[in-house]
Design a protein around this ligand. Structure first.
Ligand code: ARG
Ligand code: ZN
Length: 881
């Protein structure tokens, strides 16, 4: 069942046109489709036409209007239950069009996989990427088959007043028995994964946008009626994204309508269906009462992401699913650049790298490690990963770093002119970048071929005062990953600057060193004095940097580096050294060492600084998270020691700086009060909120009555969700009555709102309290918990599995909890189940006792009857990896 990248063959037939007819009735939707096809010239005359189909009840097949019977003279099914139209019935002339008409029945009400056409609450909606269209009708469900679509849909008018599909609505009206219909035409050929249909009782907001060349686009965003007041931020974000793509990439929208629909039950974040994006409610609904500042930011980013796909994904699409990063890496890169322009570039970069390190680095170091362009897969849905998306975006960013912004734009322009309307590959993208800049990007292909996080080591950095030369020797290596023992050197851009040790002033502004060999020497001339090097600025390549530096040098960089990212990074590196040291002591059964003075003083300096952006300040005060730290520690990991080490360091800092923490916190509180306690969303207000909320959570680590009181007050006076949820996080680890009272209070305010409930669930599942496993089991029995809703499942089980301390509880209770959930969820929604299986698959990196228990749970899954392909792929790779 495994598919391989190098096995790609073009299809036997093309589908020029698709006419779909949906007749929606309770428990049965009838789908009639007419495919206008012709043979691919490259394939032999008489080849069978094999159409994908899954969970379809076939009613009728016609060829050119004539009913076909089942059997050797008509249609058949192959071993994979695909529909076979015998080649001998099809025209010998490749230019001759023929029509295949199928009628199938499907049941969206019982489609709990949320792939294909399914019911979410009171509405019908679709999710076709990657291979969901075959769950709607028989088709060549592969992205290189691009067709023109017309769609007619009919449903009850009173129950489902809104009918939507891709493209322009061309007619609508009443039908018999209180029903109505609408039909649509999409003028752009598209692969079937971009098809969408929505049928529901929806309300909307609308606006419009005029493109530079004068096209007036009607923008409309739909949700269930009770959510319609929370759509304005999404609309505002959409318009900003449309404008930005015109300004930065010269890309205009190409239809007269752009619709977005918010749905409650959705496996992923959102989907870029042509002219009809579908969004998880969690990534589109925004209000101060329900959404944190981080939610607002993410919504703007995801709205932009899906919109940007219209060019990078839809107009130019993927030839096959191995090329997924062609559209995802590129579109993530584009949304990152957009977000950097909308707010603070440095803050956004730090956030993106925190994410990359905590989610993608572990993937690259585990049994599922794969290149951004995977070589094989069993279930494609398992490859919508941080590697394909986030590392993929870093690879795109490296083109820009190597070719300059201007050169990158030239490459993008060439990519669009060459490939508009085509389904292409990552190699085509790389060729466009190379050709537009007459640059050699051959070695750069290895970023697409090799898995694993490369390690860049600064072997030596030395100054020769007589020659006024500064020399650094840099080497690279990439650790072996499953199935890929040998690695070759990559083409790595290393942004580097030099600072004066005496003044902190820049001696050499940022320049890009290109490391291509295993080990190279770089010499800087005319360096007047001994410098201190700032290397891998702005995180110019997705690598681990090994560069021995003293705590004093790191503290110096924290204070003086002219690169915002590296100033933050120096603090992270210093903190990592301290936590690692503590971890090693705890692991050896010794008592933890005292915190180094330079570290405490550097932290205090950041805390009390008044001249830096408060968002940057917040991130600089934050210690690296456990998932990130794991990568810095030699396996096997003892998760409890790691957690305790980090907590110990947190506590040490807070104890040492208790007075200053409170002073800064109080000052911020007074500022808010001085403004009359109004909620504001401008950058300084967001930054202030971020800092104040983080300080509260820091102080709470001491668990003293004074801070408990403060947290309760913080909750009571909170102006928005950001404030209130922070108070809840501050209290979450403290076993006091106030904690339970605030949780109850929050529940009272949230029980009617699904997204607020998700926050309520997650904060408890992430708690440090000793009985967290038991509480999570209770939460799963809570009347507001829904196993079928991915958001709630993520809020409880996802949050718990990410709670490193309790997931790895010594007695194995965390593992068996997650395994039990996987078994249950797998029967409903394999895509969700397999995501949780990934947590157990990491058993090899954990100390032996826990490791054995994790492995046993994986074996339990392997021995489960009827386990889905999705989950089985993770289990098998986990066991063998
Ligand atoms: N293309 C979507 C996005 O990144 C994600 C859809 C993934 N769907 C899935 N079932 N794996 O914007
Ligand atoms: Zn995407």
């Amino acid at each position: 069942k495994e598919k391989k990248r190098l096995d790609y063959r073009p299809p036997e037939y093309w589908i020029k046109k698709v006419d779909l007819d949906f007749d929606v009735h309770k428990d049965t939707t009838t789908v009639r489709s007419v495919l206008t096809c012709y043979r691919n010239r490259g394939s032999p005359s008489g080849a069978d036409l094999v159409l994908h189909g899954e969970d379809l009840t076939l009613k009728e097949v016609k060829l050119n209007g004539k009913v076909l019977s089942e059997g050797a003279e008509g249609y058949g099914h192959d071993e994979d239950k695909q529909l076979v139209i015998r080649g001998k019935l099809l025209p010998a002339d490749p230019d001759e069009l023929f029509k295949v008409e199928t009628t199938v029945a499907i049941c969206p009400e019982k489609n709990f996989q949320l792939s294909g056409l399914y019911k979410s609450g009171g509405m019908y909606c679709t999710q076709c990427e990657a291979e969901g269209f075959r769950r709607i009708t028989y088709f060549l469900d592969r992205p290189d088959v691009m067709s023109l679509y017309t769609v007619r849909v009919e449903a009850s008018k009173s129950e489902y007043p809104v009918l939507l599909s891709n493209g322009n609505q061309i007619s609508s009206g009443d039908a018999a028995d209180g029903r109505h219909y609408a039909s649509f035409e999409d003028p752009h050929p598209k692969p079937c994964y971009l098809f969408a249909l929505v049928v529901g009782n929806l309300k909307s907001i609308h606006s419009d946008f005029t493109t530079t060349s004068g096209r007036k686009v009607r923008l409309e965003i739909f949700s269930e009626p009770h959510n319609v007041a929370k759509l304005d931020w999404a609309m505002e974000s959409l318009k900003k994204a449309m404008k930005w793509d015109e300004e930065k990439f010269g890309r205009e929208y190409d239809l007269d309508v752009f619709n977005i629909v918010a749905v409650d039950d959705f496996n992923m974040g959102a989907m870029e269906n042509k002219g009809l994006n579908v969004f998880n409610t969690a990534l589109i609904l925004a209000s101060p009462d329900t959404s944190t500042d981080a939610d607002y930011e993410r919504i703007m980013g995801v709205i932009a992401h899906e919109y940007f796909h219209n060019w990078t994904g839809n107009r130019v699409t993927c030839r096959d699913w191995f090329q997924l990063t062609l559209k995802e890496g590129l579109t993530v890169f584009r949304d990152q650049e957009f977000s950097r322009d909308m707010a603070s570039a440095a803050v956004k970069r730090i956030e993106d790298i925190i994410m990359l390190r905590s989610r993608q680095f572990p993937e690259d170091a585990g049994p599922m490690a794969h290149p951004i362009r995977p070589e094989s897969y069993i279930a494609m849905d398992n490859f919508y990963t941080a590697t394909v998306y986030e590392k993929g975006a870093e690879v795109i960013r490296m083109y820009q770093t190597l070719l300059s912004k201007h050169g990158f734009r030239k490459g993008m322009d060439l990519y669009f002119t060459r490939h508009d309307g085509q389904a292409v590959t990552c190699d085509d993208f790389r060729a466009a970048m190379a050709d537009a800049n007459t640059s050699d990007l051959k070695q750069f292909e290895r970023w697409y071929l090799q898995a694993g996080t490369p390690v860049v080591t600064v072997e030596s950095a030395s100054y020769d005062p007589s020659l006024k030369q500064f020399t650094i020797v840099v080497s690279q290596s990439t650790p072996a990953t499953p199935g890929q023992a040998e690695k070759h050197p990559l083409h790595i851009p290393i942004k580097t600057g030099l600072l004066s040790k005496a003044t902190g002033k820049e001696l050499q502004p940022s320049m890009v060193l290109e490391l291509k060999g295993e080990k190279e020497t770089f010499v800087f001339d005319n360096v007047p004095e001994e410098p201190i090097a700032s290397i891998l600025r702005d995180f110019s390549a997705p690598c681990r940097l090994k560069f021995e530096r003293s705590p004093d040098d790191l503290a110096f960089l924290m204070a003086h580096d002219t690169d915002d990212f590296n100033r933050w990074e120096a603090g992270q590196t210093l903190a990592t050294i301290v936590i690692k040291d503590t971890y090693n002591k705890l692991s050896a059964g010794e008592s933890p060492p005292a915190l180094p003075g330079v570290f405490v003083e550097a932290w205090r300096k950041v805390l009390t600084a008044t001249d830096i952006d408060r968002s940057l300040q917040t991130y600089s005060l934050r210690l690296p998270d456990e998932k990130t730290l794991i990568g810095e520690i030699a396996a096997p990991i003892a998760p409890d020691h790691l957690h305790n080490a980090r907590q110990h360091v947190r506590k040490g800092l807070v104890e040492a700086c208790k007075k200053e923490l409170r002073e800064v916190y109080d000052k911020l509180t007074q500022e808010v009060a001085a403004e009359g306690g109004v909620f504001k969303v401008d950058e300084p207000s967001i930054a202030r909120r971020r800092l104040r909320n983080a300080l509260l959570i820091s102080m709470a680590v001491l668990q003293d009555p004074e801070t408990v009181k403060l947290a309760v007050e913080h909750f009571e006076t909170g102006l928005c969700m950001s404030d209130r949820i922070s108070a809840l996080y501050a209290l979450a680890d403290i076993p006091v009555a106030e904690r339970e009272a605030v949780i109850q209070k929050f529940y009272g305010d949230s029980k009617d709102d699904k997204l607020k409930m998700c926050k309520w669930f997650a904060v408890q599942a992430q708690s440090d309290l000793p009985d967290t496993v038991e509480r999570v089991k209770e939460l799963m029995k809570h009347p507001d918990f829904e196993l079928k809703n991915p958001n709630k499942l993520r809020a409880v089980v996802g949050a718990f599995a990410n709670n490193n301390f309790h997931f790895h509880r010594k007695d194995g209770a965390g593992y068996s909890l997650v395994c039990d959930v996987i078994k249950e969820v797998d029967k409903l929604n394999p895509q969700m189940a397999s995501r949780f299986a990934v947590f157990l698959a990491g058993w090899k990196n954990v100390e032996p006792v826990r490791s054995a228990m994790m492995k046993a749970q994986l074996e339990r899954l392997r021995d489960t009857e009827n386990l889905s392909n999705d989950t089985m792929e993770i289990v098998i790779k986990g066991l063998s990896g």
